[in-house]
Design a protein around this ligand. Structure first.
Ligand SMILES: C[S@@+](CC[C@H](N)C(=O)[O-])C[C@H]1O[C@@H](n2cnc3c(N)ncnc32)[C@H](O)[C@@H]1O
Length: 265
């Protein structure tokens, strides 16, 4: 399981999606094009992989954890996770910190923020309120070392899913794509900032899966079952799955939501 909490992480369908990875018999690399907390990646622990995401703070955290888990763990040990401390850490300017301090700060804020959200204000400052200890304690040194070992043969890339996947994908690779929901779908509008993913990105996703297929690689896309995904799914196999999604930021309002896995497998 992942060491970060991440909105839209598909923890509930890891079993189903991982079956696609094993069934593919992929001889190449595991590539995740919207990696976030990389829950599937940590679940299957592939021998060689590439994690792509456009969030530079997240990708820096992954690369520092890969190289310096003990340094990050030492920094995390000084925190208790109470509310006053949270706001103090949140108000620290990350530019004044070392990469190890920034990574520890990222893991800390992610652990104790509300609902594991990642949201920034117009100046790019993380602004999610305190959420308390409900989601457990900070990962200890053993856990961070464990995650670092899984990351050992992984290339961590900060960039756009289309450009970077197109650059890297080769025959025999397996690509998992778990995009944010596109912004025109109002009922799903709860996860990310306003500029993250739009309808033109869905067109690019559509083009990308054709490229992946034409290179002789395998892909699985997970997306909410809704109108705009239909243009993507008509040429490929579709498998319905269900996730329970938090609506209106209330754990009481978890609803079963149909999702689709779209694949060339
Ligand atoms: C649904 S989350 C992925 C969750 C992931 N499967 C996990 O296990 O946590 C979508 C991710 O896509 C990233 N993202 C949004 N737009 C992107 C883009 N144009 N290129 C690459 N990544 C993008 C976001 O930063 C976010 O981490």
């Amino acid at each position: 399981m992942a060491f970060l909490r991440w909105a839209g992480s598909k923890k509930q369908i890891l079993g189903t999606v991982s079956q696609a990875w094993y069934a593919s018999g992929a001889t190449g690399r595991y590539i995740e094009s919207f990696s976030g907390s990389a829950a599937l990646f940590f679940y299957i622990s592939p021998p060689k992989s590439i994690l792509i995401d456009c969030n530079p703070h997240l990708q820096e955290c992954m690369s520092v954890l890969k190289r310096r888990p003990i340094a990050v763990s030492t920094l995390l040990q000084r925190y208790s996770g109470d509310e006053a401390e949270y706001y103090k850490v949140r108000s620290t300017d990350p530019c004044l910190l070392s990469p190890e301090e920034r990574s520890a700060r990222f893991i800390y804020l992610n652990r104790f923020c509300f609902n594991g959200l990642y949201r920034t204000n117009s100046k790019g400052w993380f602004n999610v309120p305190y959420g308390g200890h409900k989601s457990g304690e900070l990962p200890n040194a053993d856990k961070l070392k464990y995650y670092s070992d899984i990351l050992r043969n992984t290339t961590i890339v900060c960039g756009d899913f289309y450009t970077q996947t197109k650059k890297y994908v080769e025959s025999g690779d397996f690509v998992y794509l778990d995009p944010p929901y596109a912004k025109t779908n109002a009922s799903l509008d709860f996860q990310y900032g306003p500029n993250e993913f739009g309808m033109n990105d869905l067109d690019r996703l559509n083009e990308l899966i054709k490229i992946i297929h034409s290179r002789g690689a395998y892909f699985v896309v997970s997306y909410a079952k809704c109108e705009e995904i239909e243009m993507l799914s008509e040429d490929w196999y579709q498998y319905p799955v269900e996730v329970r999604r938090t609506i209106a930021a209330s754990p009481q309002k978890r609803q079963a939501a149909p999702e689709l896995l779209i694949t060339n497998l």
